[in-house]
Design a binder for this molecule. Structure first.
Ligand SMILES: Cc1cc2nc3c(=O)[nH]c(=O)nc-3n(C[C@H](O)[C@H](O)[C@H](O)COP(=O)(O)OP(=O)(O)OC[C@H]3O[C@@H](n4cnc5c(N)ncnc54)[C@H](O)[C@@H]3O)c2cc1C
Length: 443
Protein backbone atom coordinates (compact mmCIF):
# COMPACT_ATOMS: atom_id res chain seq x y z
CA UNK A 1 0.00 0.00 0.00
CA UNK A 2 1.39 3.41 -0.99
CA UNK A 3 2.14 5.59 2.05
CA UNK A 4 -0.15 8.61 2.27
CA UNK A 5 1.00 11.37 4.66
CA UNK A 6 -2.54 12.64 5.16
CA UNK A 7 -3.92 9.18 5.97
CA UNK A 8 -1.26 6.89 7.49
CA UNK A 9 0.03 7.82 10.90
CA UNK A 10 3.63 6.81 10.14
CA UNK A 11 5.75 6.17 7.04
CA UNK A 12 7.31 2.98 8.44
CA UNK A 13 7.87 -0.48 6.88
CA UNK A 14 8.09 0.92 3.36
CA UNK A 15 10.44 -0.25 0.63
CA UNK A 16 12.17 1.80 -2.06
CA UNK A 17 10.00 2.23 -5.14
CA UNK A 18 10.91 0.13 -8.15
CA UNK A 19 12.34 3.14 -9.96
CA UNK A 20 14.92 3.43 -12.71
CA UNK A 21 17.26 4.85 -10.05
CA UNK A 22 16.76 1.96 -7.63
CA UNK A 23 17.74 -0.36 -10.47
CA UNK A 24 20.91 1.64 -11.12
CA UNK A 25 22.51 0.99 -7.71
CA UNK A 26 22.95 -1.97 -5.39
CA UNK A 27 20.76 -1.45 -2.36
CA UNK A 28 23.01 -0.76 0.64
CA UNK A 29 22.92 -3.02 3.68
CA UNK A 30 20.37 -1.54 6.12
CA UNK A 31 21.85 0.34 9.06
CA UNK A 32 21.01 -0.41 12.68
CA UNK A 33 17.71 0.67 14.21
CA UNK A 34 17.50 3.06 17.11
CA UNK A 35 17.28 0.99 20.29
CA UNK A 36 17.41 1.94 23.95
CA UNK A 37 17.91 5.49 25.16
CA UNK A 38 20.43 7.76 23.40
CA UNK A 39 21.43 11.38 23.73
CA UNK A 40 22.63 13.82 21.04
CA UNK A 41 22.90 17.58 20.77
CA UNK A 42 20.72 17.51 17.68
CA UNK A 43 18.33 14.85 16.37
CA UNK A 44 17.11 14.97 12.78
CA UNK A 45 13.93 13.23 11.62
CA UNK A 46 14.29 12.05 8.02
CA UNK A 47 17.21 10.89 5.88
CA UNK A 48 16.66 12.75 2.60
CA UNK A 49 18.85 15.53 1.18
CA UNK A 50 17.71 18.02 3.85
CA UNK A 51 18.30 15.78 6.85
CA UNK A 52 21.54 14.23 5.67
CA UNK A 53 23.16 17.47 4.54
CA UNK A 54 22.12 19.37 7.67
CA UNK A 55 23.79 16.64 9.70
CA UNK A 56 26.85 16.81 7.44
CA UNK A 57 27.20 20.58 7.89
CA UNK A 58 26.54 20.38 11.65
CA UNK A 59 29.33 17.83 11.95
CA UNK A 60 31.84 19.38 9.59
CA UNK A 61 31.33 23.14 10.02
CA UNK A 62 30.30 23.25 13.69
CA UNK A 63 31.46 19.95 15.25
CA UNK A 64 27.97 19.37 16.65
CA UNK A 65 27.07 15.84 17.62
CA UNK A 66 23.93 14.78 15.78
CA UNK A 67 21.94 11.80 14.62
CA UNK A 68 19.51 11.14 11.79
CA UNK A 69 16.47 8.97 12.46
CA UNK A 70 15.04 7.56 9.21
CA UNK A 71 11.76 5.62 9.15
CA UNK A 72 12.88 3.33 6.31
CA UNK A 73 16.13 3.07 4.39
CA UNK A 74 17.79 6.24 3.13
CA UNK A 75 16.43 6.58 -0.42
CA UNK A 76 12.82 5.91 0.44
CA UNK A 77 11.59 9.55 0.36
CA UNK A 78 11.48 12.07 -2.46
CA UNK A 79 15.29 12.40 -2.54
CA UNK A 80 15.67 8.84 -3.78
CA UNK A 81 12.94 8.95 -6.41
CA UNK A 82 12.82 12.43 -7.97
CA UNK A 83 13.64 13.37 -11.56
CA UNK A 84 17.12 14.61 -10.70
CA UNK A 85 16.74 18.17 -12.04
CA UNK A 86 19.15 20.45 -10.20
CA UNK A 87 17.49 23.83 -10.71
CA UNK A 88 17.88 27.40 -9.56
CA UNK A 89 14.59 27.90 -7.77
CA UNK A 90 12.15 26.34 -5.35
CA UNK A 91 8.48 26.68 -4.51
CA UNK A 92 6.25 28.10 -7.21
CA UNK A 93 6.44 31.88 -6.95
CA UNK A 94 7.97 33.63 -9.96
CA UNK A 95 10.51 36.41 -9.40
CA UNK A 96 8.03 39.15 -10.49
CA UNK A 97 5.49 37.72 -8.00
CA UNK A 98 8.15 37.86 -5.26
CA UNK A 99 8.96 41.45 -6.21
CA UNK A 100 5.29 42.41 -5.99
CA UNK A 101 5.09 40.80 -2.55
CA UNK A 102 8.40 41.77 -0.93
CA UNK A 103 10.16 44.22 -3.27
CA UNK A 104 13.21 43.85 -5.49
CA UNK A 105 15.92 43.66 -2.81
CA UNK A 106 14.29 40.64 -1.12
CA UNK A 107 13.77 39.02 -4.52
CA UNK A 108 17.47 39.46 -5.28
CA UNK A 109 18.30 37.91 -1.92
CA UNK A 110 16.14 34.88 -2.66
CA UNK A 111 17.65 34.61 -6.12
CA UNK A 112 21.14 34.60 -4.55
CA UNK A 113 20.09 31.72 -2.27
CA UNK A 114 18.72 29.73 -5.22
CA UNK A 115 21.91 30.36 -7.18
CA UNK A 116 24.05 29.36 -4.21
CA UNK A 117 21.99 26.16 -3.94
CA UNK A 118 22.97 24.98 -7.44
CA UNK A 119 26.61 25.91 -6.83
CA UNK A 120 26.55 24.07 -3.50
CA UNK A 121 25.36 20.84 -5.13
CA UNK A 122 27.98 21.20 -7.89
CA UNK A 123 30.65 21.80 -5.27
CA UNK A 124 29.64 18.80 -3.14
CA UNK A 125 29.69 16.54 -6.19
CA UNK A 126 33.12 17.79 -7.23
CA UNK A 127 34.69 17.97 -3.78
CA UNK A 128 33.61 14.46 -2.77
CA UNK A 129 33.82 12.87 -6.23
CA UNK A 130 30.16 11.81 -6.01
CA UNK A 131 29.51 9.62 -9.02
CA UNK A 132 25.92 10.63 -9.86
CA UNK A 133 25.86 10.76 -13.68
CA UNK A 134 25.84 14.54 -13.88
CA UNK A 135 24.64 15.69 -17.29
CA UNK A 136 25.31 18.75 -19.46
CA UNK A 137 24.44 22.18 -18.06
CA UNK A 138 21.26 23.88 -19.24
CA UNK A 139 17.61 24.21 -18.23
CA UNK A 140 15.12 24.66 -21.06
CA UNK A 141 11.70 26.03 -20.20
CA UNK A 142 9.41 25.23 -23.11
CA UNK A 143 6.37 27.41 -23.93
CA UNK A 144 3.37 25.13 -24.44
CA UNK A 145 1.47 27.78 -26.46
CA UNK A 146 2.01 31.20 -28.01
CA UNK A 147 0.72 33.14 -25.01
CA UNK A 148 3.18 31.26 -22.80
CA UNK A 149 6.05 32.23 -25.14
CA UNK A 150 5.08 35.90 -24.79
CA UNK A 151 5.28 35.45 -21.01
CA UNK A 152 8.71 33.84 -21.37
CA UNK A 153 9.92 36.90 -23.30
CA UNK A 154 8.85 39.09 -20.36
CA UNK A 155 10.45 36.66 -17.91
CA UNK A 156 13.74 36.72 -19.84
CA UNK A 157 13.74 40.53 -19.76
CA UNK A 158 13.07 40.50 -16.01
CA UNK A 159 15.86 38.03 -15.33
CA UNK A 160 18.37 39.93 -17.47
CA UNK A 161 17.43 43.40 -16.17
CA UNK A 162 16.93 42.75 -12.47
CA UNK A 163 18.83 39.58 -11.69
CA UNK A 164 21.67 39.90 -14.18
CA UNK A 165 21.38 36.33 -15.41
CA UNK A 166 21.79 35.16 -18.98
CA UNK A 167 18.32 34.04 -20.02
CA UNK A 168 18.50 32.94 -23.64
CA UNK A 169 15.30 33.06 -25.69
CA UNK A 170 14.88 30.33 -28.28
CA UNK A 171 12.36 30.74 -31.09
CA UNK A 172 10.35 27.71 -32.15
CA UNK A 173 12.77 27.28 -35.04
CA UNK A 174 15.90 27.59 -32.82
CA UNK A 175 14.45 25.01 -30.49
CA UNK A 176 13.71 22.60 -33.31
CA UNK A 177 17.12 22.98 -34.92
CA UNK A 178 19.27 22.93 -31.79
CA UNK A 179 17.42 20.90 -29.18
CA UNK A 180 14.27 18.96 -30.12
CA UNK A 181 11.36 18.72 -32.51
CA UNK A 182 8.70 18.95 -29.88
CA UNK A 183 5.18 19.19 -31.34
CA UNK A 184 3.98 20.99 -28.21
CA UNK A 185 6.65 23.71 -28.16
CA UNK A 186 6.27 27.32 -29.26
CA UNK A 187 9.72 28.53 -28.26
CA UNK A 188 11.66 28.38 -25.01
CA UNK A 189 13.80 30.17 -22.48
CA UNK A 190 17.12 28.58 -21.67
CA UNK A 191 19.14 29.18 -18.51
CA UNK A 192 22.74 28.03 -18.49
CA UNK A 193 22.74 26.84 -14.89
CA UNK A 194 20.86 23.67 -13.94
CA UNK A 195 21.62 20.05 -14.84
CA UNK A 196 20.41 16.49 -14.43
CA UNK A 197 21.79 13.87 -12.04
CA UNK A 198 20.91 10.41 -10.82
CA UNK A 199 19.17 11.58 -7.61
CA UNK A 200 19.61 8.35 -5.70
CA UNK A 201 23.34 8.16 -6.41
CA UNK A 202 23.58 11.78 -5.26
CA UNK A 203 21.72 10.92 -2.04
CA UNK A 204 23.89 7.88 -1.34
CA UNK A 205 26.94 10.07 -1.96
CA UNK A 206 25.65 12.53 0.65
CA UNK A 207 24.97 9.65 3.04
CA UNK A 208 28.58 8.46 2.68
CA UNK A 209 30.09 11.88 3.39
CA UNK A 210 27.79 12.44 6.39
CA UNK A 211 28.71 9.09 7.88
CA UNK A 212 32.40 9.57 7.32
CA UNK A 213 32.07 12.91 9.10
CA UNK A 214 30.87 11.13 12.24
CA UNK A 215 27.10 11.47 11.87
CA UNK A 216 25.07 8.65 13.44
CA UNK A 217 22.31 7.35 11.20
CA UNK A 218 19.53 5.04 12.35
CA UNK A 219 17.37 3.33 9.73
CA UNK A 220 14.02 1.50 10.02
CA UNK A 221 13.27 3.81 12.96
CA UNK A 222 10.10 5.81 12.59
CA UNK A 223 9.58 8.67 15.04
CA UNK A 224 6.14 8.04 16.47
CA UNK A 225 6.11 10.45 19.34
CA UNK A 226 7.79 13.82 19.88
CA UNK A 227 7.67 15.34 23.35
CA UNK A 228 8.93 18.84 24.01
CA UNK A 229 10.43 19.46 27.44
CA UNK A 230 11.83 22.65 28.98
CA UNK A 231 15.44 21.59 28.31
CA UNK A 232 15.05 19.66 25.05
CA UNK A 233 13.06 17.07 23.14
CA UNK A 234 12.40 13.33 23.33
CA UNK A 235 11.79 11.43 20.11
CA UNK A 236 10.38 7.93 20.47
CA UNK A 237 10.50 5.12 17.95
CA UNK A 238 9.20 1.56 18.22
CA UNK A 239 12.35 0.32 19.99
CA UNK A 240 14.14 3.36 21.32
CA UNK A 241 14.26 7.02 22.14
CA UNK A 242 16.57 9.97 21.69
CA UNK A 243 16.92 12.96 23.94
CA UNK A 244 18.24 16.01 22.07
CA UNK A 245 18.56 19.69 22.83
CA UNK A 246 17.39 20.53 19.33
CA UNK A 247 15.30 18.69 16.76
CA UNK A 248 14.98 19.19 13.02
CA UNK A 249 12.01 17.67 11.23
CA UNK A 250 13.30 16.96 7.71
CA UNK A 251 10.42 14.65 6.76
CA UNK A 252 9.17 17.20 4.21
CA UNK A 253 6.26 15.76 2.16
CA UNK A 254 6.67 12.40 3.91
CA UNK A 255 6.00 13.88 7.36
CA UNK A 256 2.88 12.24 8.80
CA UNK A 257 -0.02 14.63 9.29
CA UNK A 258 0.39 14.83 13.05
CA UNK A 259 3.90 15.00 14.40
CA UNK A 260 4.26 18.36 16.13
CA UNK A 261 2.04 21.44 16.26
CA UNK A 262 4.92 23.43 14.77
CA UNK A 263 4.48 21.54 11.48
CA UNK A 264 0.98 20.00 11.40
CA UNK A 265 -1.33 21.33 8.66
CA UNK A 266 1.35 23.50 7.09
CA UNK A 267 1.86 21.57 3.87
CA UNK A 268 -0.05 19.80 1.15
CA UNK A 269 1.49 16.54 -0.06
CA UNK A 270 1.09 16.23 -3.84
CA UNK A 271 1.88 13.15 -5.92
CA UNK A 272 4.25 13.50 -8.85
CA UNK A 273 4.52 10.60 -11.31
CA UNK A 274 7.53 9.63 -13.43
CA UNK A 275 7.80 7.26 -16.38
CA UNK A 276 10.98 6.12 -18.14
CA UNK A 277 11.01 4.66 -21.65
CA UNK A 278 13.20 1.96 -23.07
CA UNK A 279 16.44 3.38 -24.56
CA UNK A 280 15.59 5.33 -27.72
CA UNK A 281 17.13 4.01 -30.93
CA UNK A 282 19.21 6.15 -33.26
CA UNK A 283 16.25 6.47 -35.62
CA UNK A 284 13.90 7.51 -32.78
CA UNK A 285 16.42 10.12 -31.65
CA UNK A 286 16.65 11.40 -35.20
CA UNK A 287 12.87 11.52 -35.63
CA UNK A 288 12.29 13.34 -32.31
CA UNK A 289 15.17 15.69 -33.06
CA UNK A 290 16.26 15.24 -29.44
CA UNK A 291 19.84 16.46 -29.42
CA UNK A 292 20.17 17.42 -25.78
CA UNK A 293 20.57 15.86 -22.36
CA UNK A 294 19.71 19.16 -20.68
CA UNK A 295 16.72 19.30 -18.34
CA UNK A 296 13.39 20.44 -19.79
CA UNK A 297 10.15 21.64 -18.23
CA UNK A 298 7.11 23.24 -19.80
CA UNK A 299 5.04 26.29 -18.86
CA UNK A 300 1.76 24.51 -18.05
CA UNK A 301 0.17 25.01 -14.63
CA UNK A 302 0.30 21.21 -14.41
CA UNK A 303 3.84 21.01 -15.68
CA UNK A 304 5.51 18.21 -17.58
CA UNK A 305 9.24 17.72 -17.01
CA UNK A 306 11.52 15.54 -19.10
CA UNK A 307 15.06 14.77 -20.14
CA UNK A 308 17.12 12.19 -21.96
CA UNK A 309 19.02 10.02 -19.52
CA UNK A 310 22.66 9.04 -20.16
CA UNK A 311 21.52 5.76 -21.81
CA UNK A 312 19.06 7.70 -24.05
CA UNK A 313 15.92 6.63 -22.28
CA UNK A 314 13.41 9.45 -22.01
CA UNK A 315 12.32 10.32 -18.47
CA UNK A 316 8.94 12.08 -18.44
CA UNK A 317 7.08 13.33 -15.35
CA UNK A 318 3.96 15.18 -14.33
CA UNK A 319 1.12 15.17 -11.86
CA UNK A 320 -0.03 11.90 -10.35
CA UNK A 321 -3.11 10.86 -8.41
CA UNK A 322 -4.43 12.84 -5.45
CA UNK A 323 -4.44 10.11 -2.80
CA UNK A 324 -1.97 7.40 -1.90
CA UNK A 325 -4.59 4.71 -2.47
CA UNK A 326 -4.86 5.80 -6.15
CA UNK A 327 -1.10 6.36 -6.60
CA UNK A 328 -0.46 3.10 -8.44
CA UNK A 329 -3.48 3.33 -10.73
CA UNK A 330 -2.00 2.75 -14.23
CA UNK A 331 -4.19 5.51 -15.68
CA UNK A 332 -1.67 8.12 -14.52
CA UNK A 333 1.26 6.50 -16.33
CA UNK A 334 -0.98 6.13 -19.38
CA UNK A 335 -1.78 9.85 -19.31
CA UNK A 336 1.91 10.67 -19.05
CA UNK A 337 2.67 8.41 -22.01
CA UNK A 338 -0.01 10.24 -23.97
CA UNK A 339 1.50 13.60 -23.03
CA UNK A 340 4.92 12.32 -24.08
CA UNK A 341 3.50 11.21 -27.45
CA UNK A 342 1.81 14.59 -27.91
CA UNK A 343 5.30 16.09 -27.73
CA UNK A 344 7.01 13.36 -29.77
CA UNK A 345 4.35 11.40 -31.76
CA UNK A 346 6.99 9.07 -33.19
CA UNK A 347 7.36 7.49 -29.74
CA UNK A 348 3.85 5.97 -29.82
CA UNK A 349 5.25 2.42 -29.89
CA UNK A 350 8.06 3.05 -27.47
CA UNK A 351 7.55 1.00 -24.33
CA UNK A 352 7.56 2.31 -20.78
CA UNK A 353 9.94 0.33 -18.60
CA UNK A 354 9.64 2.19 -15.29
CA UNK A 355 6.78 3.98 -13.60
CA UNK A 356 6.75 5.32 -10.04
CA UNK A 357 5.34 8.13 -7.96
CA UNK A 358 6.34 10.19 -4.95
CA UNK A 359 5.19 13.03 -2.73
CA UNK A 360 6.22 16.64 -3.04
CA UNK A 361 5.18 19.26 -0.45
CA UNK A 362 3.50 22.54 -1.33
CA UNK A 363 3.13 25.38 1.15
CA UNK A 364 0.01 27.54 1.16
CA UNK A 365 2.00 30.58 -0.05
CA UNK A 366 3.94 28.57 -2.67
CA UNK A 367 7.29 29.28 -0.97
CA UNK A 368 9.65 26.98 0.92
CA UNK A 369 10.00 27.70 4.64
CA UNK A 370 13.05 26.92 6.72
CA UNK A 371 11.90 27.79 10.20
CA UNK A 372 12.95 27.34 13.82
CA UNK A 373 11.30 27.99 17.17
CA UNK A 374 12.27 26.93 20.69
CA UNK A 375 14.85 24.38 19.62
CA UNK A 376 12.65 22.80 16.93
CA UNK A 377 13.14 23.40 13.19
CA UNK A 378 11.62 22.28 9.93
CA UNK A 379 12.20 22.81 6.25
CA UNK A 380 9.21 22.30 4.04
CA UNK A 381 7.43 23.34 0.85
CA UNK A 382 10.02 22.93 -1.93
CA UNK A 383 7.07 22.06 -4.17
CA UNK A 384 8.89 19.73 -6.54
CA UNK A 385 12.11 21.79 -6.63
CA UNK A 386 14.20 20.54 -3.77
CA UNK A 387 17.22 18.77 -5.20
CA UNK A 388 19.26 21.97 -5.22
CA UNK A 389 17.47 24.02 -2.58
CA UNK A 390 17.60 21.27 0.07
CA UNK A 391 21.41 21.67 0.08
CA UNK A 392 21.19 25.41 0.73
CA UNK A 393 18.40 24.94 3.27
CA UNK A 394 20.58 22.37 5.06
CA UNK A 395 23.51 24.76 5.25
CA UNK A 396 21.29 27.52 6.64
CA UNK A 397 19.65 25.12 9.11
CA UNK A 398 23.06 24.06 10.39
CA UNK A 399 24.08 27.69 10.80
CA UNK A 400 20.93 28.52 12.70
CA UNK A 401 21.09 25.44 14.93
CA UNK A 402 24.68 26.38 15.74
CA UNK A 403 23.49 29.85 16.77
CA UNK A 404 24.67 31.79 13.71
CA UNK A 405 22.58 34.38 11.89
CA UNK A 406 21.01 33.45 8.56
CA UNK A 407 19.89 35.89 5.82
CA UNK A 408 16.93 38.04 6.67
CA UNK A 409 14.65 36.62 3.97
CA UNK A 410 11.08 35.29 4.18
CA UNK A 411 12.52 31.87 3.23
CA UNK A 412 14.29 31.70 6.57
CA UNK A 413 12.29 33.99 8.86
CA UNK A 414 8.62 33.19 8.28
CA UNK A 415 6.76 30.09 9.45
CA UNK A 416 4.88 28.18 6.75
CA UNK A 417 1.28 29.40 7.00
CA UNK A 418 -1.31 26.91 8.20
CA UNK A 419 -3.84 25.68 5.66
CA UNK A 420 -7.25 27.00 6.67
CA UNK A 421 -9.82 24.18 6.78
CA UNK A 422 -6.86 21.78 6.41
CA UNK A 423 -9.22 18.78 6.29
CA UNK A 424 -10.44 20.00 2.92
CA UNK A 425 -7.00 20.51 1.32
CA UNK A 426 -7.60 17.72 -1.14
CA UNK A 427 -11.00 18.99 -2.27
CA UNK A 428 -9.38 22.29 -3.18
CA UNK A 429 -6.52 20.43 -4.89
CA UNK A 430 -8.97 18.45 -6.97
CA UNK A 431 -10.85 21.60 -8.03
CA UNK A 432 -7.52 23.27 -8.87
CA UNK A 433 -6.53 20.32 -11.11
CA UNK A 434 -9.72 20.72 -13.11
CA UNK A 435 -9.24 24.47 -13.48
CA UNK A 436 -5.55 24.03 -14.41
CA UNK A 437 -6.34 21.30 -16.94
CA UNK A 438 -8.80 23.60 -18.71
CA UNK A 439 -6.43 26.56 -18.58
CA UNK A 440 -3.48 24.54 -19.91
CA UNK A 441 -5.57 23.15 -22.73
CA UNK A 442 -7.55 26.15 -23.91
CA UNK A 443 -5.88 29.39 -22.76
C1 LIG B 1 8.47 12.18 -8.47
C2 LIG B 1 9.24 13.37 -7.96
C3 LIG B 1 10.01 14.10 -8.85
C4 LIG B 1 10.73 15.20 -8.38
N1 LIG B 1 11.60 15.81 -9.22
C5 LIG B 1 12.39 16.81 -8.77
C6 LIG B 1 13.38 17.36 -9.60
O1 LIG B 1 13.63 16.91 -10.71
N2 LIG B 1 14.09 18.41 -9.13
C7 LIG B 1 13.89 18.92 -7.88
O2 LIG B 1 14.56 19.89 -7.51
N3 LIG B 1 13.02 18.35 -7.04
C8 LIG B 1 12.27 17.30 -7.45
N4 LIG B 1 11.40 16.69 -6.60
C9 LIG B 1 11.34 17.18 -5.21
C10 LIG B 1 12.53 16.72 -4.40
O3 LIG B 1 12.74 15.35 -4.59
C11 LIG B 1 12.29 17.03 -2.92
O4 LIG B 1 12.01 18.41 -2.77
C12 LIG B 1 13.48 16.69 -2.03
O5 LIG B 1 13.97 15.42 -2.33
C13 LIG B 1 13.07 16.77 -0.58
O6 LIG B 1 14.11 16.25 0.20
P1 LIG B 1 13.94 16.12 1.75
O7 LIG B 1 15.19 15.58 2.30
O8 LIG B 1 13.47 17.42 2.30
O9 LIG B 1 12.73 15.08 1.95
P2 LIG B 1 12.67 13.52 1.55
O10 LIG B 1 13.71 13.17 0.59
O11 LIG B 1 11.26 13.24 1.18
O12 LIG B 1 13.02 12.78 2.89
C14 LIG B 1 12.14 12.73 3.97
C15 LIG B 1 12.45 11.48 4.76
O13 LIG B 1 11.84 11.62 6.04
C16 LIG B 1 11.46 10.33 6.47
N5 LIG B 1 10.44 10.50 7.52
C17 LIG B 1 9.25 11.14 7.44
N6 LIG B 1 8.59 11.05 8.61
C18 LIG B 1 9.40 10.37 9.46
C19 LIG B 1 9.28 9.95 10.82
N7 LIG B 1 8.18 10.21 11.52
N8 LIG B 1 10.30 9.26 11.37
C20 LIG B 1 11.42 9.00 10.67
N9 LIG B 1 11.57 9.35 9.36
C21 LIG B 1 10.58 10.03 8.77
C22 LIG B 1 10.92 9.65 5.22
O14 LIG B 1 10.98 8.25 5.33
C23 LIG B 1 11.87 10.21 4.14
O15 LIG B 1 12.90 9.31 3.83
C24 LIG B 1 10.65 15.59 -7.02
C25 LIG B 1 9.88 14.85 -6.13
C26 LIG B 1 9.18 13.75 -6.60
C27 LIG B 1 8.38 12.95 -5.62
Amino acid sequence: MHYDPLISSSPSHQAWPNSYWANSVSQPTPLAKLTGRKQFDVAIIGGGYTGILTAYYLATEFEIDCCIIEANQVGFGASGRNAGFVLKGSGRLSYPQMSAKWGLEVTKGIYREYTAAVHRVEHLIKQHHIDCDKQANGYIKVAHNRAAFTKLITAAEYIATHLGDDAQLLSQQDLQQQYMQNHQAFGALRLTEGFGVNPLKLLLGYKAIAMSSGVTLFESSCVQNWQTQPNGHILQTEEGEVFAKQVLCAGNAYTPKQINSLIDNRYLPILSNVIVTEPLTESQLLATGLKTHQVIMDTRLLKYYYRLLPDNRLLFGGRGAITGSEADNPIYAKRLKQALCDCFPILEDCSIEYNWTGWIAAALDDMPHVFSQNGASYSIGYCGSGVAFAAQAAFRLAQRIAGEAVPNLPLYQEAAPKFPYAKYRRLVQSAYYQYAWLKDRYF
